[in-house]
Write a new protein. Structure first.
Length: 165
């Protein structure tokens, strides 16, 4: 029996997000058994999502709970709520938990921390968003894996999400 080679995954673009953020809160070095860096919390103040199947607003009240592992690498864990708009899903909500890794040179990361712009091409920023939904019509968001790429700006984070097909 001849086996067909497994296909390489494809990426299907689902949405672009702009997430508005407030000034970082430096919470200090993590102490204890799981200490591995400095805790930084970045409040999420709003934003938007636009894509082929999703349109809406990022609601204020979420946050990005970061662990600054070194002068070049940060482990991100953002959690926020999206309110969908439009005729198909208007009024529905999506909870997002987005794990990400951001790294760059020590100089470029220091610029980001100071709120200075850095060319997104100079920073490795990749994420793995996961979704919780209440509408059966949105269950497809819970039945696939997703990847994303992002860029940090002084007042916002811009991301593109892709379904792994």
């Amino acid at each position: 029996m001849t086996m067909t080679p497994l296909p390489a995954p494809r990426l299907e673009h689902i949405a672009d997000l702009t997430v508005q953020v407030a000034a970082p809160i430096e919470a200090g070095q993590v102490a204890g058994l799981n200490s591995r860096g400095r805790r930084r919390i970045i409040p999420i103040t709003g934003g938007s999502i636009k894509g082929p199947r999703l349109h809406g607003r990022v609601l204020p009240g979420g946050a990005d709970f970061q662990l600054v592992v070194s002068g070049t690498t940060t482990d991100l864990d953002a959690r926020y709520l999206i309110a969908l708009e439009g005729s198909e899903f208007g009024g529905e909500h999506i909870f997002v938990q987005n794990h990400a890794l951001r790294r760059g040179t020590a100089d470029d990361i220091a610029k980001l921390v100071r709120g200075e712009p850095v060319d997104p091409a100079a920073i490795y920023f990749r994420c793995v968003p996961a979704f919780e939904v209440s509408s059966p019509a949105l269950a497809w968001l819970t039945e696939s894996l997703f990847l994303g790429t992002g860029a940090r700006y002084p007042d916002r984070v811009e991301m593109s999400f892709f379904r792994v097909a």
